[in-house]
Write a protein that binds this ligand. Structure first.
Ligand code: GLA
Length: 389
């Protein structure tokens, strides 16, 4: 396992007089995620196309006899002790991500064991690669094992989402935790967020790299805009249900049904609903484009997704719009779009392998000149979901 754990975590263990990594009885790798397409549709029961990636948070855990969790966030060089049984929020966000998951198990009647946990990794925080979902998913995976709770991976994802929604008050969907826990090394997964069923998609687009460009603009989901979109989608659904009461999720609306009721909607609800319905169609087409090995078709879908996120859904920002525009004007780029919750974070770019270096140089120079910041780039390597190491 030592090959997989980043060196700085070995160093952290040594400098804090902890046992070496191999001597911890529980060792877990909890990956971050990308989303190829299907953005902002998970909380309306839509289709998404995410993948677990090889930037991860690693957990080392050992049982303690006392009723306490001793938690060590290596990358923050922070530690906290939380008494058991858990009793609400602690006031420290990173602790609450873990305590929230524990509380879900506790609420199901489990007695939480005393634990010491060291965690850290190489997943850039605040870049839209879902470090918080990796934190929740890793904790849920660990407790599931320790408590022999026998929850399936989709059930663990739903538990983590509940923790975010109810314990932390973050109204996010299920995609991030699901992708981190259920990702497949065979390729991206197409996930139906209504049924929580997923399957790997065979990516036949060869000779291309999925490249992330981090705008370094960070946005917190607990800020208001995400929650506003969730409410706007609920409002759009209410309009639709006046005529089509059997439509249970906004993403289940057929294009024809939307056309018939759109005039009755307020302008914002109409824009959001149009985006959601079109994005679901794009995900279906994207699955075909991947399986058919068509970078042109896939790229076109990425660009349309970005335009929708910008013009209909209003979750891009000047920096990610800039990176997307410059990228698609560059040689060898099939398409690009804002990825994740929006308002910053990463764009995801489908780039011909031999054009990757030139694209990085072009974007770095242009972005530095326009915004005085240097973007970071990460090539996407798809991995399996949460696992013991
Ligand atoms: C964030 C949320 C997800 C999803 C994306 C947008 O990452 O956590 O649930 O809504 O934004 O697709």
């Amino acid at each position: 396992m030592t090959g997989q754990l980043p060196q700085h975590l070995h160093d952290y263990l040594a400098s804090h007089s902890f046992p070496a990594a191999a001597d911890w009885p529980y060792r877990i790798c909890s990956p971050g995620r990308v989303n190829l397409i299907g953005e902002h549709v998970d909380y309306t029961g839509g289709l998404v196309l995410p993948a677990a990636i090889d930037y991860s948070i690693y957990f080392l855990a050992r049982p303690l006899d006392e009723p306490v969790w001793k938690l060590h966030a290596a990358d923050l060089d922070a530690a906290a002790s939380v008494a058991l049984p858990l009793d609400g929020r602690t006031g420290e966000l990173w602790v609450d991500y873990l305590a929230g998951v524990g509380t879900q198990f506790q609420d199901q009647g489990h007695f939480l064991p005393g634990l010491e946990i060291v965690f850290g990794g190489d997943l850039p925080r605040g870049s839209g690669l879902s470090s918080s979902a990796a934190l929740e998913g890793g904790m849920a995976f660990l407790l599931n094992e320790l408590l022999t709770a026998a929850l399936s991976r989709p059930e663990l994802a739903a538990l983590c989402q509940r923790s975010s929604n109810t314990f932390l008050g973050i109204p996010s969907g299920v995609m991030d935790q699901f992708a981190s826990l259920n990702g497949s090394a065979d390729g991206p997964i197409v996930l139906n967020c209504e049924t929580l069923t997923s399957e790997p998609v065979k990516n036949e687009i060869h000779g291309y790299t999925w490249l992330l460009a981090n705008s370094k603009v960070t946005h917190d989901l607990s800020d208001g805009a995400y929650g506003e979109r969730v409410k706007e989608c609920q409002r759009a659904l209410e309009y639709i249900q006046r005529t089509y009461p059997r439509v249970l999720h906004l993403s289940a609306t057929l294009p024809d049904q939307l056309r018939r009721v759109i005039e009755e909607m307020d302008e914002v609800a109409a824009l959001r609903a149009t985006y959601v319905v079109e994005e679901n169609t794009r995900v279906r087409r994207a699955v075909n484009a991947l399986e058919a090995g068509s970078p042109t078709e896939m790229g076109e879908l990425l660009n349309r997704s970005h335009a929708g996120l910008r013009d209909q859904y209003a979750v891009t920002c000047p920096e990610t719009d800039f990176l997307q525009e410059r990228s698609i004007a560059s040689d060898g780029v099939a398409g690009a779009r804002q990825m994740g919750g929006g308002f910053g974070g990463c764009t995801i770019n489908l780039v011909r392998d031999d054009a990757v270096e030139a694209l990085k140089n072009t974007l770095t120079a242009a972005y530095q000149e326009a915004y005085g910041r240097t973007p970071e780039f990460y090539p996407v390597h798809i991995t399996a979901g949460t696992r013991f190491i």
